[in-house]
Design a protein around this ligand. Structure first.
Ligand SMILES: NC(=O)c1ccc[n+]([C@@H]2O[C@H](COP(=O)([O-])OP(=O)(O)OC[C@H]3O[C@@H](n4cnc5c(N)ncnc54)[C@H](OP(=O)(O)O)[C@@H]3O)[C@@H](O)[C@H]2O)c1
Length: 377
């Protein structure tokens, strides 16, 4: 999404000889998504050069345990090679602020984690570390691409205002539905269309657990199987206790509906509290239990004396276990698929569904955001 009018990239380096523009990246976080992105950028190197006139170099990559800074820039394949199979970045870690400054990059690709939300409430507001990373990038004149829900879900007013003030842009296609183009759909394909609300199945880990419980397994068994199959995190609390879905709901509502909410405003449900019998009974009755996130706007306030529209009502959101008829658009969204049913004013209901919400799709969403910044910068 564009938080400000598109401007020239900060430091386009165009080689006179080849007319290829170099884009310099700072990768903050070098886990699954960052490595998948490096593999994708490596595989696309020729397309980037021949079709888009671009050369993508990484001038810095960092985690809490190590970093790699090379002011001349490394190709994504070189970064992967330098990290080895560990993978471990070979230099001593730098604080994020210093890494960003040392990178002298055009774009921060923020791929750190949201953190443990188990203690977050409205009374104890949570501030993801990533928010500070993003703000620092704007201060240094960089655009930002992130797959991290944190800054969008918890700090969107601050982040979007800082981007506008700095004349920079932030894009986050992979933060909500693993690369499925939802933000781009709204931004580019649906001009003047207002999102009135949405319903979504946002979390694949809980999909797997619900499906396994539907086949008669206990919650603990189903969770262990989902972890063994590599679909659930070692620490599954954000997924199982609804924080992941609540964060995605807040992020999409903030950007698409100007909701001004945080995940703590979303009425949550933990899958631990859904009895096995309820899931199996729904299945026996020919229905499908799904964890559905619903977001809607309350009716506007009273109209003014001259008939002018009243103030917009607040946005509400909840995550509930719903027993859906098999022909409900979200009933078939299980396993590794995810979907959002958008309710709009000009286009009615639009279902966007991703059959395989996996690492390559997430990396592709980051790639698509980068391409957008490069094409329009
Ligand atoms: N995996 C997916 O399919 C997927 C899908 C959609 C969205 N996402 C989002 O994308 C982001 C990255 O996911 P991932 O799967 O790549 O996670 P991951 O494999 O756990 O990697 C996270 C990386 O961030 C680093 N990190 C964490 N906190 C940091 C900090 N404060 N400063 C510097 N580095 C830090 C970690 O290294 P250290 O521990 O050494 O610091 C690690 O390199 C997350 O926000 C995730 O929610 C992931």
């Amino acid at each position: 999404m564009t938080a400000s009018p598109a401007r020239e990239p900060r430091r386009p380096a165009r080689s006179e000889a080849s007319d290829v523009r170099t884009v310099r990246l700072c990768l903050l976080g070098f886990g699954h998504v960052a490595q998948a992105l490096c593999r994708l950028l490596g595989a696309q190197e020729r397309v980037l050069r021949e079709r888009h006139g671009l050369r993508v170099l990484v001038t810095a990559a960092g985690t809490r345990r190590g970093c790699l800074v090379d002011p001349a820039g490394l190709t994504p394949a070189e970064v992967l090679a330098r990290a080895g199979h560990g993978p471990a970045l070979p230099q001593a870690p730098l604080p994020a602020r210093d890494l960003l400054a040392a990178s002298d990059a055009d774009v921060l690709v923020e791929l750190t984690v949201m953190g443990d939300l188990s203690a977050a409430t409205n009374a104890v507001p949570y501030r993801p570390e990533a928010t500070a990373h993003v703000l620092e990038a704007f201060r240094l004149g960089m655009d930002v691409v992130t797959a991290n829900k944190g800054p969008i879900a918890w700090s969107w007013p601050e982040v979007s205002q800082a981007a506008a003030a700095a004349g920079r842009r932030i894009r986050c296609e992979s933060a909500v539905v693993d690369g499925l183009p939802v933000f781009s759909l709204l931004e580019f394909a649906l001009p003047d269309c207002r999102v009135l609300g949405f319903e979504a199945v946002f979390n694949a880990t809980t999909n797997f657990i619900v499906d396994a419980m539907g086949a008669g397994r206990s919650f603990e068994d189903a969770l262990a199987q989902t972890q063994a199959d590599g679909y659930a995190e070692a620490d599954p609390r954000n997924d199982v206790d609804g924080w992941d879905a609540a964060s995605k709901a807040a992020a999409l509502a903030n950007v698409a509906m100007d909701a001004g909410i945080t995940p703590a405003d979303v009425e949550r449900l933990s899958l631990r509290d859904v009895p096995l019998e309820r899931i199996t009974r729904a299945r026996e009755a020919g229905r499908r239990l799904r964890l559905v996130t619903s977001v809607w706007r309350e009716p506007a306030g009273p109209t003014g004396p001259a008939g002018e529209a009243g103030p917009a009502g607040p946005v509400r959101a909840c995550l509930r276990a719903e027993e859906l008829d098999v022909d409900h658009p979200l009933a078939a969204v299980g396993g590794e698929s995810l979907a959002v049913l958008l309710h709009t004013d000009l286009m009615g209901d639009i279902l966007v569904c991703e059959r395989h919400a996996l690492l390559p799709q997430t990396a592709y969403g980051v790639y698509a955001d980068l391409m957008h910044l490069c094409r329009t910068g």
